[in-house]
Structures are given as C-alpha cells and as structure tokens.
Design a protein around this ligand. Structure first.
Ligand SMILES: Nc1ncnc2c1ncn2[C@@H]1O[C@H](COP(=O)(O)OP(=O)(O)OP(=O)(O)O)[C@@H](O)[C@H]1O
Ligand SMILES: Cc1ncc(COP(=O)(O)O)c(N)n1
Length: 278
C-alpha cells in the first residue's frame, strides 16, 4: 500500500505547523465530521482548527439527534480563527441549513486560502444532515467558493440530477458539478460496484482517474470527511490540486483498509494507520 507523505512545516525554522480549518458537524461517535477531520489533520502533520456548525448524537448505528448552532455562533468561531491564527486551507462538511450554508459561503468568499467543499447531504445510514431547502444555496453560494468539490454519487444526484452508474457517467456528473463554479470536481466512485474504488478529478480540461483497490471492509464510517480533510491539509501544505488529491486518496485508502469494528454497527476508518506503520 502506498504511504502518503506528511505535510512540511509552514515556517522555515520548522516551529509552526500548517494550519487547516474544518467547518463541519460534530460526530459524538468520533468517526466522521469534525472529529474525523481533526484526526486526519494531525495524522498528516498539520494543526487542525474547527468551526462547529451542528452537534449530532451519533454512533455506529446512525444519527439519533442533531442540533444546528445559531448563524452568529458559526460566524464568530470563523472570525476568531481567521482573524488571529490564519488559515492555509478550509474544508466544509455538514452545514445543516440554508442559513448556515449562506453564512459559511459569505465567510469563504473573502478568504484567499483554498477551499474543499464536501457537500454532505445524508449519513452512511441515510440520516439527513442537510435540509432539502438548503440545496439551492449549496449550488449558488457554496460551490462557487470551492477550489475542489467532492460530492459522492448521492450528492451528485441531489445537486445536479445526474445519476452515475458508470465511469462515463462520472465524467458527465463532473461537468454538471463544474457548471456551479468550483475550480475542480472530484466525483467519488466509492458507492459504485467493481473491484476498484475509482474517483474522477477534473477541472474540465485535465482528467485524473484515481484508482485504489476496493477493501471489503464494512467499517467505512467517515470516508468522505477523511478524504476531504486530507485534501485540504495537502493544499494547505502547498500541494497542487492533483497531487493533493492523489496523496489524500492514498491516506483514505489506508484508513479504510484498517477500519475497525466499534459498537454494533458500522465502525470508523482508522485515522491513526500511518503512525502504526512508523
Ligand atoms: N470499500 C472501499 N475501499 C476502498 N476505497 C473506498 C471504499 N469505499 C469508498 N472508498 C473511497 O473512499 C473515498 C470516499 O468515498 P465515498 O464514496 O465513500 O464518500 P462518501 O460517500 O462521501 O463518504 P461518507 O459515506 O463518509 O459520506 C473515495 O476515494 C472512494 O473511492
Ligand atoms: C457530523 C457528520 N458529518 C458527516 C457525516 C457523514 O459521514 P458518513 O457518511 O460516514 O456517516 C456524518 N455521519 N456526521
């Protein structure tokens, strides 16, 4: 298995780590959301920071309850981090409501750092994490701020109406996502059948097909969050988009291979797999 690199320190004397921000929901079970993102950032050598948009009561069986934070609380967390510490890349995940999508998009519009938008719609168990009436704000306000948008196949269908059943469909889906304004689209094929897990990264000109062996492991809670957080970390570390996504795919593939059982349902990917190898 390919071993992805850790990001270089961001100061010449090596004292300051790369700073990456996640704007997402909290997963009390620790496998997805804010918790997955911060573990990923630490594993790859960055300093992770968080803007919490919602709190979920969640475990290996699903999401039992969720509460979104007031827009003012989200804005204040964002300003606290951006105005003092500074961010070198941002990842967005669960944003819950149209008001929070608009609040976050407004903050991102003024930022010069790269942005990875994971347009989280539903959990692996089918629990809604975004109100249906927020989809329009995702299309018109959030996607235009994205350096890379990383929808899974359900999110592609929700956002563009394109149903993906083949690699050709992934190409059509990418075009439909790019029409909403992100610089790059990563159409994740994790939910397609087949021996490999194949994702398409494109900016409409270049095409990169990222292939990894599909692991027959049911403990895949948090795959999408982990991949998007890893991409943001590599972008913060100065990688170009194709190199960042390639390294992030290596990291998530290893984490899926090492996913472990917890509770009675779907366990998490193993964010610590790299340190177990060194
Ligand atoms: N069983 C698997 N083996 C290897 N790679 C996988 C597997 N399942 C998903 N992937 C890869 O994991 C990454 C995340 O893709 P996935 O389609 O699972 O995202 P997602 O549905 O957004 O995740 P989540 O369910 O956590 O929201 C992609 O690179 C995908 O190809
Ligand atoms: C707070 C939060 N964010 C994202 C997900 C998606 O992850 P998954 O699809 O693996 O359940 C989740 N379950 N919870």
């Amino acid at each position: 298995m390919a071993v992805p690199p850790r990001v270089p320190r961001s100061s010449p004397d090596g004292s300051t780590p790369v700073r990456v921000l996640t704007v997402a929901g909290s997963d009390s079970g620790g496998g997805a959301g804010i918790q997955a993102d911060l573990k990923t950032m630490l594993a790859l050598g960055a300093h992770g920071m968080s803007v919490i948009t919602a709190v979920t009561a969640q475990n290996s069986l699903g999401v039992q309850c969720a509460w979104e934070l007031p827009a003012e609380a989200v804005r204040a967390q964002f300003r606290s981090v951006a105005d003092d510490i500074g961010v070198q890349a941002v990842k967005t995940g669960m944003l819950a409501t149209a008001e929070l999508v608009e609040t976050v998009a407004a903050q991102l519009a003024d930022l010069s750092a790269p942005v990875v938008v994971d347009p989280v719609g539903v959990s692996k168990h089918g629990d809604p994490l975004l109100a249906t009436e927020a989809l329009d704000a995702v299309r018109t306000k959030l996607l235009p701020t994205a350096t890379v948008a990383t929808p899974n196949l359900d999110e592609v269908a929700q956002l563009t109406g394109v149903r993906v059943e083949s690699e050709d469909d992934q190409r059509r889906a990418a075009g439909a996502v790019l029409a909403h304004g992100p610089r790059w689209a990563l159409i994740k094929g994790g939910h397609l059948p087949g021996g490999d897990a194949v994702d398409l990264l494109t900016d409409g000109t270049e095409e990169h097909w990222l292939r990894a062996p599909r692991h027959r492991n049911r403990h895949t809670h948090g795959t999408g969050c982990t991949l998007a957080a890893a991409i943001a970390t590599y972008l913060a570390g100065g990688y170009e988009v194709p190199a960042a996504v390639t390294a992030a795919k290596e990291y998530v593939t290893g984490a899926i291979a090492a996913g472990f059982p917890l509770g009675a349902g779907i366990g998490p990917v193993d964010h610590g797999w790299l340190s177990e190898r060194t």
